[in-house]
Write a protein that binds this ligand. Structure first.
Ligand code: SAM
Length: 250
């Protein structure tokens, strides 16, 4: 099966896109407004179309001939829901799911992948809006709250991961009793759960993003702190690829 094309929104330093690429997908477009993150993205994906603002992304994508997008993926800013913030939710000006939904509406992918802090799911208005918008756009959705240490990282970083697929594309998985997106729930290999007092820093930094290069300096800690753990999206990406292949075969 040929690769699925990905348009990455709120791409940061590309944690989601790196995982999806490792699963065999092809990153064809990236949207990110932070200047330092832009340098990382354009260096790693020089052939992908690039744009700095999700708000104007529908017009930008439509402005010239583009490859078909199979997957729109993104972790919109989590500050409106973060337990470390004021938790203004959908009233926060950084609530940017509506802008992501506008891109989905314009691009019409087969899959939408969303990552965010677990607190998003507990905000009924916000989570309800995400699910209702996806339904209106013709998608079914499944989600799980996963921790990075389930994928071998030495830290928790609990996040919600949503996979939405066009309703017409549902295919049963005869050999699987659980959801096609399910993962092993036993932590694998990190050792974190065996009495480490704190998460293990990647020297010389004091934050970690398992699977992301160590070669970044102090000034990039913010982007690294925001970044997704790529092995989680590699796993999700493989499941999406299998789903797409099964859909074609059925
Ligand atoms: C939670 S971080 C995403 C982290 C990313 N998934 C990664 O693995 O590095 C959210 C990102 O959205 C970006 N952002 C916020 N508003 C934006 C906008 N209007 N257009 C494009 N990017 C935006 C921020 O600069 C930030 O990098």
């Amino acid at each position: 099966m040929s690769a699925l094309n990905v348009l990455g929104l709120f791409a940061g330093i590309g944690g989601i896109e790196l995982g999806l690429e490792r699963a065999g997908m092809c990153v064809v477009g990236l949207v990110e407004r932070d200047a330092w993150c832009q340098k990382v993205l354009t260096r790693h994906w020089p052939d992908a179309a690039f744009h700095p603002d999700v708000v104007t992304a529908p017009k930008w994508w439509d402005s010239e001939p583009r490859p078909r997008v199979h997957v729109v993926a993104g972790g919109f800013p989590c500050q409106p829901f973060s337990t470390a913030g004021k938790q203004k939710g959908t009233l926060d000006e950084r609530w940017m799911w509506p802008e992501m939904a506008d891109v989905v509406r314009a691009v019409r992918p087969d899959y939408v992948l969303v990552e965010n802090v677990a607190a998003l799911v507990r905000d009924a208005r916000a989570w309800g809006t995400v699910l209702a918008d996806l339904h209106r756009l013709g998608f079914d959705a499944e989600w799980s709250t996963l921790s990075a240490n389930q994928f071998g990282a030495p830290h928790i970083r609990e996040r919600v991961y949503l996979v939405a697929y066009t309703a017409r594309s549902h295919v049963p998985y005869p050999h699987e009793s659980a959801s096609p997106w399910s993962v092993e729930l036993e932590p694998r290999g990190s050792g974190w759960e065996h009495g480490r007092a704190a998460w293990l820093p990647e020297p010389p930094m004091d934050r970690v993003a398992h699977g992301v290069s160590r070669g970044v300096g102090e000034s990039e800690l913010h982007a690294l702190g925001n970044a997704v753990v790529p092995p989680i999206f590699e796993h999700i990406g493989r499941r999406v690829m299998a789903h797409a292949a099964a859909r074609i075969a059925s």
